[in-house]
Design a binder for this molecule. Structure first.
Ligand code: M6R
Length: 359
């Protein structure tokens, strides 16, 4: 099934452009509108607050989804860790709607929350890659990722497809509510640009392998920083690196560094900054300078138009909401190579299982 690929993870990273195209064709109706059941869209549109529940990488996708739904559909969104909200329900709004994000659809932490949500008779949707999975069967509604089986423990194409499907959902709700921003958002076109950007990024393997060797081969720790959506991707990039390379990696809101974490910066500590936000670029650049002056070995992933000389990775220009779909790709590949260069098991990291069926 891996075909010519040495590892599932690499195959799954490479599949992302075609998964994006598959999502575009599945979720775009012939007349150009979003192909999601109108009853579901109506139900969510009538809710006054969305509660997203997930774990790990799916939780990170939820952080990006929040921004998309708030911007395009104008509904406030809270993103919760399943293992927390299940035992500590926040005060719910009058008309809550629950969205469960789970690649496998089998995660026990998420399921125990769904059981409670069903007991309370509250409406729910599962966004999953696995048709007929437990979370899909037990939620009121399901949207599928259409990403094809994800075998590697480190989640890659599920993350990008979860974000793309949430984008379709956000657009559908915004269209239903007749919101200007949603109506003028050409989703198939913008996601098409993402697929092309991904094509470019996955072709840069040699360069990324070299970056990984140069920055990560001998380090014990690493820091990923960004602001806004770049912060959300920092968290995901850090999880990807730590879970397969065992390098202790933390994702940080760039502005928080000076509130504590900067104390950890020593000579040659790798710090990777993601810069795609026009409003925040100069601030994050400032943070890069701060850590550099304390000896950090810095690396910048920047979007075209915001790049500066010396930046290591350039992301083609994309719609501001969609940059996570591109910036995550080099981070996935850097993690892959860091793991390989340390001679570790890429697809089956120690102590981890593909789906976590215990609470
Ligand atoms: O199947 P799920 O999406 O519910 O899984 C959630 C997490 O266990 C999963 O994303 C995990 O964090 C991955 N190993 C990350 O790469």
């Amino acid at each position: 099934e891996k075909g010519l690929y040495p590892h599932y993870m690499l195959k799954e990273i490479d599949e992302q452009p075609s998964v994006m195209r598959k999502i575009i064709s599945t979720y775009t109706a012939e007349n150009g509108s979003v192909a999601i059941d109108e009853h579901l869209v109506e139900k969510i549109a009538k809710s006054d607050r969305i509660y997203v529940v997930a774990c790990g990488t799916s939780w990170h996708a939820g952080l990006v989804g929040k921004k998309m739904i708030e911007e395009l559909a104008n509904i406030p969104v809270e993103v919760h860790l399943a293992s927390e909200i299940g035992y500590d329900m926040p005060l719910l709004s009058e008309r809550p709607f629950f969205i469960f994000i789970s690649q496998s659809g089998e995660t026990a932490d998420s399921r125990q929350v769904l059981v409670k949500v069903n007991e309370l008779n509250l409406p729910s949707l599962t966004i999953t890659n696995v048709k007929g999975s437990t979370l899909s069967r037990e939620a009121e509604n399901t949207l599928l990722l259409h990403a094809g089986p994800e075998i590697a423990v480190a989640s890659t194409k599920a993350y990008t497809s979860q974000i793309a499907v949430m984008l379709y959902l956000a657009k559908a709700i915004g269209d239903y509510k007749n919101l200007k921003l949603a109506k003028s958002f050409d989703i198939a076109h913008e996601l098409g640009l993402v697929a092309s950007a991904m094509d470019t990024l996955v072709s840069e393997k040699d360069k990324l392998a070299e970056i990984s060797r140069d920055y990560l081969l001998t380090t014990r720790n690493a820091f990923y920083i960004g602001r806004g959506l770049d912060y959300a991707v920092s968290l995901e990039g850090a999880l990807k690196l730590k879970e397969i390379s065992y390098i202790q990696t933390e994702g940080f809101a760039a502005g928080e560094l000076k509130h504590g974490t900067i104390a950890l910066i020593e000579k040659d500590t790798p710090v990777l900054a993601i810069i795609t936000g026009e409003d925040t670029a100069s601030h994050t650049r400032g943070n890069v300078k701060e850590v550099e002056s304390r000896g950090a070995k810095t690396m910048v992933i920047a979007m075209e138009g915001l790049q500066k000389e010396g930046d290591q990775i350039i992301i083609p220009e994309l719609h501001a909401l969609l940059t996570p779909l591109a910036t995550v790709v080099p981070l996935q590949l850097i993690s892959y190579f860091a793991c390989l260069q340390r001679d570790l098991d890429v697809d089956k990291p120690r102590n981890l299982a593909k789906s976590v069926t215990v609470e």
